[in-house]
Ligand binder design. Structure first.
Ligand SMILES: [Zn+2]
Length: 452
């Protein structure tokens, strides 16, 4: 949810990095107030578009989306709307391949004006996800409002023009920036590198007389939040955080405890993805992630077919927020147990009880753990297929398929990232193309996200 390689607002500043690491600059520390204000009219227009959509579909968001889809998305026109009977069950399952086709985009929007972001591709071919302005606003701005509504202490401490949300990433290549969020009292959302800790936040948040930085919500992958904690600890900084939002990886009990004790804040967990937006959120009772009925419908794909509840299997998501590229009954890479019932918090509906297989792969290097998605630029758009595996602390095996010999390019790129390690590179011939492995794959025999 945090950041995205996308067009439209917010206009991210590029990170300046070289072999030595990230170079600090004003762009890295935070956007200028002028830049934030210049983007506000566009953000407000998107909010207006979302409010119009809400007013048209308030009674039943799912029905409104399905009606829109069978009327404007070429892939689904054959379902010819008999409005009285329109239901989710009529829609076929979709996946990366079907969603990537042009016929999955709604004709209601001019494609050149849509924003987009790309999935990581670490578990398959990357998918470009398009969003219209209203969807983009709901996905990136309203989502934090959902969290603030669940965390009264955070909502109370958010103030106009000050940092309301600090979203941190431990991926050096992730875009950074900021935006004013009209859904959160016109506070400022900042996207930054986790390792910076609170460095450079002075213009954006209140700092008490004792030097404590006030940050209502800190968000990111659990591993990025840990990197943020290491950043503030190594610089001797103090922060006051009301709520922490973790998403993107499994949040293990020991990591939750570690974050809670280091930041003295309530820790929430969300199930999010580029394709599905924010789909489920924990309530504080540790009873799982409650599906946000206004945002998503979840089903489970079992070997015997589709089940709606109380089952373990691959999650199928219907995203109610994206009208430009309706994502309906989309088969994810995530495996979970979905149950229906009541929670002590008052919630009634579907809950993701246990989540499997959401770990990001990390490589362990002499200079610390690195996110494997840093490898993407070395391979993507150069290779038809690639597989990278950290076999031992200082040994990496690479297999790739490409029309050109890229061994020197790959070795150079990996050495820059991983340091002086043994790299074994094998170029596969086209005859090997029948392999059942994913086309893009990274793995480590040493560590997954939980070990750092
Ligand atoms: Zn609950």
């Amino acid at each position: 949810m945090a950041s995205c390689t996308e067009t439209g607002f917010p206009r991210w500043s590029p990170i300046r990095s070289d072999a030595k690491g990230v170079m600090l600059s004003n762009d890295v520390l935070g956007p200028s107030p002028t830049a934030l204000l210049s983007e506000l009219p566009e953000i407000l227009a998107a909010r207006e578009a979302l409010l119009r959509r809400f007013s048209q579909s308030k009674t039943d968001r799912l029905f409104a989306l399905l009606k829109h889809t069978v009327s404007t998305v070429p892939r689904y026109l054959y379902l010819a709307p008999n409005e009285a009977e329109l239901s989710l069950d009529q829609f076929p399952l979709s996946n990366r391949t079907t969603l990537a086709q042009e016929v999955s985009l709604s004709r209601s929007f001019d494609k050149s004006r849509l924003s987009y972001c790309t999935t990581s591709g670490s578990t398959g071919a990357p998918l470009t996800v398009y969003r219209d302005a209203a969807s983009r606003y709901e996905c990136y701005f309203e989502s934090y409002r959902l969290v603030a509504d669940r965390a009264p202490a955070a909502l109370e401490s958010i103030r106009p023009g000050r940092c309301g949300v600090l979203a941190v990433s431990d991926n050096r290549l992730k875009p950074i920036g900021g935006a004013i969020n009209p859904s959160l009292k016109n506070s400022v959302m900042l996207w930054r590198q986790a390792g910076l800790g609170a460095t450079g936040l002075e213009p954006w948040c209140d700092v008490t007389a004792s030097g404590t930085y006030c940050l209502p919500i800190v968000a990111g992958r659990p591993s990025a939040i840990l990197a943020f904690i290491r950043g503030i600890q190594s610089q001797g900084q103090r922060v006051r955080v009301a709520a922490v939002l973790c998403s993107g990886e499994n949040l293990y009990t020991n990591v939750r405890r570690q974050i809670k004790s280091a930041l003295a804040a309530e820790v929430y967990e969300a199930y999010t993805s580029r394709e599905g937006g924010i789909m489920a959120l924990s309530c504080g009772n540790q009873s799982g992630l409650h599906v946000i009925a206004d945002r998503a419908r979840l089903e489970v794909l079992e070997s015997g077919g589709v089940a709606k509840e109380n089952r373990r299997g691959t999650l199928i998501v219907t995203n109610l927020e994206n009208w430009a590229m309706p994502t309906i009954r989309y088969i994810t890479d995530d495996s979970a147990v979905l149950e229906t019932g009541k929670c002590a918090c008052g919630f009634e509906g579907s809950t993701v009880v246990t989540m499997y297989g959401r770990d990001s792969v990390y490589f362990l290097t002499r200079s610390g753990p690195i996110n494997s998605s840093l490898l993407d630029p070395i391979f993507e758009s150069h290779c038809l297929e690639y597989h990278v595996c950290q076999q031992e602390k200082e040994r990496f095996d690479v297999a790739y398929r490409s029309r050109a010999d890229l061994s020197a390019h790959i070795r150079q790129g990996l050495t820059r990232l991983l340091g002086d390690v043994a790299i074994y590179i094998k170029r596969q011939s086209d005859d090997d193309g029948t392999s059942k492995r994913p086309r893009y794959e990274v793995a480590s025999r040493l560590a997954a996200g939980r070990d750092i």
